[in-house]
Design a binder for this molecule. Structure first.
Ligand code: CA
Length: 512
């Protein structure tokens, strides 16, 4: 039967795994390419570079229709997309921490428990989870994390305690280091000694730090506003040094490079002020981030490692609109914090010259939780993936490597904190619960955004065709009841995966 993302059936993997499409022809092609790679390079395991940007929108890069059209050219990322595959339906979670934890654990936020970001030293993080860095370490990789972490400041959640050999970056999120130092946003703190002392005495880390495996954090420098403006340059230089050092290594490596930008508030490095046609801090930051991607790819090229390395460029969630105009661009509905497409559909470019065909653009579903099983499959060590917990990610290696590879994922599940929000299958999206982005519920905010709206329940659900209606404005559930079992029925089947022994976990949750 001809494959169809709605009509075709998935194959069960195990009781604790999301079922997947198994495309035999794609798998054969992918395996042949992996065998060629082993012959060419004398190793089975590729190096892995993940560049994760912060709050950059689906539409910001030129290859996604942004770039020069929205006042911030991205020639390096566009060039990388032309050398690899560009995913148009890659999904993060609605905000930073849930997305990052999902990427590193292969699990939905309802399983790893980080359903919203912990802020200002709030307790909680990755405890009890097994990370991609730990698995790759066990598979023989050298593991390096650089830049933003935001997966918990507590000792057991720090990067050097969850599988990274070395960490150079900050533990939390950009605005927490600087918002209370900026007289434009916080005059009532900046001009009050009492309040400044009060913030400074709160138990959150105010410096960017360095640490090595199992060691303690060493503060590098307190993150004032001038220091913050230099972080992306300092972090890029650190990663460049790492890549140079790795050129002489026999072992494969995993570099998890997390940029500071373009999370609000953006204070671009002084050499980037006004360089974008838009001349706004957010847009200057996008130009800076694009340059950083170019620099990292250049080092891989100069050191002869490019063809040994799979590169993934993405963003951890959609645009933050409550801080407009310090905000990203998405053509979709709503923004960060929501499960409308604008909140969770993110750019993702994957390149591996010689292994991934150049110039592919595909709308196949890809979830952040697919990163772990896919990379473990490419490292040929899926045997290391833990069997004592539910894994939501599916192995997408044949999707990426085969010339016309099809996604191995049938459903994307949208969760809003601990509330099930909806699911997508093929071009259809069913929505049961969502943040309201209507003007009445957001009349008290500057610019509607995903964090500001009321929590809405749709008792019968709303159904959108994302091909005809990418902005989710025309629900026509009652005209499409033939999809009842494929969509509404799947909600019940998905919820049943949280039955014992795979009960939901809550470390930090939402008020829903
Ligand atoms: Ca983010």
């Amino acid at each position: 039967m001809e494959f169809d993302p709605i009509a075709s059936a998935t194959t069960p993997i195990a009781a604790n795994h999301e079922p997947a499409f198994v495309h035999e022809a794609d798998i054969a092609e992918a395996e042949a390419k992996q065998a060629q790679f082993t012959n060419r390079h004398g190793t089975k395991q590729p190096n892995i570079l993940v560049v994760l940007m912060d709050d950059v929108g689906w539409g910001d890069f030129g290859c996604y229709g942004g770039g020069v059209a929205v006042g911030a050219p991205t020639p390096n990322i566009d060039a990388l997309a032309r050398r690899g595959v560009q995913l148009t339906s890659a999904y993060s979670e609605p905000s930073c921490t849930p997305s990052r934890a999902t990427l590193l654990t292969g699990r939905l936020p309802m399983r790893h428990g980080l359903q919203r970001p912990p802020m200002y030293g709030e307790p909680g993080g990755l405890q009890g989870e097994v990370t991609l860095a730990e698995l790759l370490s066990d598979a023989g990789y050298i593991t390096q994390a650089v830049g933003k972490w935001h997966l918990g400041e507590n000792i057991e959640s720090q990067p050097q305690r969850v599988g990274f050999d070395d960490f150079y970056g900050f533990l939390s999120v950009s605005d927490m280091y600087t918002e209370w130092r900026d007289p434009y946003f916080f005059p009532e703190i900046v001009y009050s000694k009492a309040r400044t002392d009060w913030v400074e005495n709160q138990p959150f880390n105010k410096s960017f730090v360095h640490a090595t495996r199992d060691g303690d954090l060493e503060p590098v420098e307190e993150v004032t506003i001038p220091v913050l403006s230099e972080l992306d340059q300092k972090w890029c230089a650190y990663s460049e040094k790492f890549l140079h050092r790795m050129a002489g290594e026999d072992r494969p490596w995993f570099l998890y490079h997390n940029t500071r930008g373009a999370h609000f508030d953006n204070y671009p490095h002084e050499s980037y002020l006004g360089v974008s046609p838009a001349k706004h801090p957010y847009k200057d930051t996008i130009v800076e981030l694009d340059d950083i991607v170019g620099r990292l790819v250049d080092v891989l090229t100069e050191t002869g490692q490019l063809e040994d390395t799979i590169i993934v460029i993405s963003s951890d969630n959609g645009p933050e609109e409550e801080t407009w105009p310090d905000a990203a661009y998405t053509p979709f509905r709503c923004a960060k914090g929501s499960t409308w497409e604008g909140g969770v559909r993110v750019p993702m470019v994957v390149a591996w010259p010689g292994m991934i065909d150049p110039g592919r653009v595909t709308d196949g579903l890809f979830d952040f939780n697919d990163v772990l099983p896919t990379l473990m499959s490419l490292a040929e060590r899926t045997d290391l993936i833990p069997s004592d917990r539910f894994i939501d990610g599916v192995d997408q290696s044949s999707f990426l490597l085969a010339s016309n590879g099809l996604s191995n994922r049938k459903y994307h599940y949208y969760w809003l904190g601990q509330a099930f929000s909806g699911l997508r299958c093929g071009e259809y999206k069913l929505v049961l619960n969502a943040i309201s982005d209507d003007p009445i519920s957001q009349a008290d905010t500057q610019g509607g955004g995903g964090f500001s709206g009321a929590f809405q329940k749709f008792p019968y659900g709303k159904l959108f065709n994302l091909y005809l209606d990418p902005k989710e404005t025309h629900s026509y559930l009652v005209r499409k009841l033939a999809y009842q079992d494929a969509l509404v029925g799947q909600v019940a089947r998905h919820r049943a995966t949280f039955a014992p022994p795979y009960e939901p976990k809550r470390v930090v949750g939402l008020n829903v």
